[in-house]
Design a protein around this ligand. Sequence first.
Ligand SMILES: CC(C)(COP(=O)(O)OP(=O)(O)OC[C@H]1O[C@@H](n2cnc3c(N)ncnc32)[C@H](O)[C@@H]1OP(=O)(O)O)[C@@H](O)C(=O)NCCC(=O)NCCS
Length: 196
Amino acid sequence: MSIASIKKSPRPVKVHVRLAIKADIPAVQKIYAHYVRSTTASFEEEPPTVAEMTTRWQRILDHKLPYLVAIKGKRVVGYAFACPFRERSGYRYTIEDSVYVNPDYLGRNVGNTLLSELIKYCTDVGFRQMIAVIGDSTNAASLALHSRHGFFVVGALGSTCFKFGRWVDAVLMQRTLGDGDTSSSPELPNSYEKAR
Ligand SMILES: CC(C)(COP(=O)(O)OP(=O)(O)OC[C@H]1O[C@@H](n2cnc3c(N)ncnc32)[C@H](O)[C@@H]1OP(=O)(O)O)[C@@H](O)C(=O)NCCC(=O)NCCS
């Protein structure tokens, strides 16, 4: 199924968003594996195992950063997390987002709900810039989702990925969080001291 072919359904689904727990990771892995196998949204080529996804989830927790899941009934229908954009200390106010929605629930507002919550969380704890590194310049859904949430295209990394026998671009989008760069003595994000 092509991401680009999914249009918003007239029936948005109401989901509950909460922090992910370890028991959610098998469902998260299943969602991610789908996109790794069949799309260029991720530049990975082999789906990581549940054990590897659990290690990645734990790493986000160790950074005191949010890893969210969207729940419908008892089912994980999407997830989103923030990770450090770069590890070097000068980047400490800058965060990168990722959002993935179960293919059965595309176009039903789950991405919007997850990204809203992620932005709110990261703003509240003191981050100032959020970056999206979008896999594939033809990823209309991700470009639309991020535009909708105040991101602007700031560049593209041409042909930085080779997957499914073709060269693929990454598009960089960015938005300010909270007071952005208006202060020359910003408070550290809540998570920063503990994270390092
Ligand atoms: C990108 C993704 C998270 C969007 O999730 P979603 O739940 O389908 O999106 P929503 O239904 O909340 O829609 C979000 C916005 O994008 C728009 N949109 C969604 N799919 C679209 C598509 N295929 N083409 C154009 N616009 C689209 C919607 O109209 C909506 O805009 P609006 O609120 O102004 O109407 C989902 O397609 C996905 O998981 N893609 C694979 C992974 C990926 O690319 N993640 C993002 C990079 S980190």
